[in-house]
Design a protein around this ligand. Sequence first.
Ligand code: 13P
Length: 261
Amino acid sequence: MAHDKKIIVGNWKMNLNMHEASLYLLQLSKLVKVRRDVEVILAPTVMTLQSLSLQVNLRQFKLAAQNFFWRDHGSYTGEVSASQLRGVVQYALVGHSERRHIFNESDKDMRNKVAAAVRNGIKPILCVGETAWEHANGETKDVLHDQLIGGLANITSEELDQVIVAYEPVWAIGTGQNALPSDVTAAVKVIRKQIEHLYGAKSAEAIQILYGGSVTPDSAADYLSLAGVDGLLVGAASLEAHIFSSIIEKAHKGSSEAEED
Ligand code: 13P
């Protein structure tokens, strides 16, 4: 199923302080019109989320958490829960490779987080992807299978329409070494096949799948044109409003569909 809305996510990672984030949002809102055919999601650091949520026009941009803990409350020093993020964000990244590899988060963490997000009315963006070693050794398919089974274990087929999957090959993140379109198409096919296996053909068609890894304004259109790719998860190229806005424009099909805010 071709989705009529592309999703463009800017993952700022641990960049931009409160002042910079607020200025960025002001700049981006001048550069990007409200579009019916593009959902723009910003994922700032957790400390800037609250103030951006007061500043943002939700018709124009949505907000995402980069991370959260899966319990709703309790003695978990330093953590923020999905229930605390409820009303502040509409989306949340889960299982980003930096969480998996730097902070050693497991598939058990992923499945609990995916469920916690859904339970709290937040759409999880479950990130999956193989390392360079796994890629070189032909293990991509197995890794994607395992990460999907691991991450979605607590999700029913009714809940699956709240979930977005992002294919981010670890070797393409922050390296400038972007994946070949054929790699992305193949991986997206594997993901849909596995969703079909787990939830049936309808769900496999309906699930939205993003690509992420060294996306730039130059490569954005190529990835967006690939069959089965519903959007992009952008890191470094989302850190400057004018660069990110040109990626958003690539996702917008026709200016006649623009609305004024
Ligand atoms: P880069 O676009 O900087 O490679 O980062 C991708 C990413 O990790 C987005 O979540």
